[in-house]
Write a protein that binds this ligand. Sequence first.
Ligand SMILES: NC(=O)c1ccc[n+]([C@@H]2O[C@H](COP(=O)([O-])OP(=O)(O)OC[C@H]3O[C@@H](n4cnc5c(N)ncnc54)[C@H](OP(=O)(O)O)[C@@H]3O)[C@@H](O)[C@H]2O)c1
Length: 240
Amino acid sequence: MNYYIITGTSRGLGKAFVEALLKDEQNFVFGISREQTIHHSRYKHLSLDLSDSNVLKNLQLPIDLTANKLVLINNAGRLGDIKHVPNLDVEDVVTTYLLNNAAPVVLSSLFLSQTNHFKGERIIINISSGAAHRPIDGWSVYCSSKSGLDMFTKVVNEELKLSGNHENTRCFSIAPGVVDTNMQQEIRSAESENFSSLQTFKDFKNNDELVAPNEVAKKIITILTDWKTIQDAVFSVRDY
Ligand SMILES: NC(=O)c1ccc[n+]([C@@H]2O[C@H](COP(=O)([O-])OP(=O)(O)OC[C@H]3O[C@@H](n4cnc5c(N)ncnc54)[C@H](OP(=O)(O)O)[C@@H]3O)[C@@H](O)[C@H]2O)c1
């Protein structure tokens, strides 16, 4: 049995991951998001707000150590307000960093500590963004939160090497490309004075350049079947 913990499973890419994984009877998924939209005999859900620091401080992961393989997918994320830096709202800034950075770090830490003696394969997948490497005006918090996630991923792998766990345990940060989800709708509803790339993102939709979440989920799952051969900790689905 393969045991997956996935955040942000109520819609978009996270939901697509769950739907793809549940097609295989060997897979069991534990999902976390504020809303529950999936009901299945091999799916369990925890309704949590991962941008609440008190939730993060008290979090315990229900991990089935009888599994052969354990996977954590830190997928939940938010864009936050699309505004230039002088106009940022403090509450929104804090919420975005908590969800996009603190939550994956806390979940990864719990995942690795609670499975310290596990002998099978352990994989952490952080869902990042091309925006981690490209400054986009209006997205300062989102871009910096995702580049922080990429660096966190690299440090985890350094520590895994030092502890002699790198053969069986790995952390990846994956940019999923431009995916047709609510997040893209939010981007298209931004105001042009806060975001000079607005028309580019409207054109992605108008020109059918957005990729369906189920296609991206399937591609990432396929790429990771051979995870031991992947050299880079940080990469984009577009590289494959
Ligand atoms: N769509 C794209 O083009 C694109 C591109 C690059 C990277 N990404 C990344 O891909 C990931 C998935 O995004 P998506 O496009 O699928 O976005 P989405 O459709 O907006 O879905 C976001 C998911 O995160 C969950 N979430 C949001 N706030 C949460 C909170 N406070 N606590 C717990 N869960 C929360 C949502 O569930 P609830 O609202 O039920 O809590 C939802 O399931 C994100 O990390 C995003 O940054 C997306």
